[in-house]
Design a protein around this ligand. Structure first.
Ligand code: AMP
Length: 128
């Protein structure tokens, strides 16, 4: 995976150079509405640090950052009122995972019934 690009769109949002529809912020994380929502609620949570992807975050983030970040993800979902009905979290990693913005982020999807996406995944050895 390539080096962190300090001019990626989420880095620019973190620096306040680009606007976002903020829903939560603390010392570890910033959460804001996705610009192209795929569900009634579609919020992104990003760590306040230079992490390209979930692999990078998992390998290099200090423990307090990991704890703080994941607590923020849970808090955002709870504060958005999603906990009782349920929600989905997704992290796209790298080209095969469909990652478009190379600053680690979690998608929180809620507000509707999700299809069980994994059932439609290609079976091993078959074309998609
Ligand atoms: P991915 O990297 O594929 O996990 O997804 C990146 C997500 O970032 C997409 O869902 C985009 O709609 C979203 N996105 C891109 N630019 C912005 C922006 N300026 N504000 C909010 N969301 C954005």
């Amino acid at each position: 995976m390539s080096a962190y690009d300090r001019n990626n769109v989420f880095a620019r949002i973190l620096r306040g150079e680009l606007p976002c529809k903020k829903v939560y912020e603390d010392e570890f994380a910033l959460a804001f509405h996705d610009i192209n929502p795929l569900a009634p609620v579609h919020v992104l949570v990003i760590p306040k640090g230079e992490y390209v992807s979930q692999a990078d975050f998992g390998a290099t983030a200090p423990p307090e950052m990991m704890t703080g970040f994941w607590r923020a993800v849970s808090k955002v979902a709870r504060d958005l009122g999603l906990e009782s009905e349920g929600y989905r979290i997704v992290a796209n990693h790298g080209p095969n995972g469909g990652q478009l913005v190379f600053h680690f982020h979690i998608h929180i999807f809620g507000g509707r019934q999700m299809s069980h996406g994994m059932r439609s995944m290609p079976k091993p050895g078959r074309e998609e």
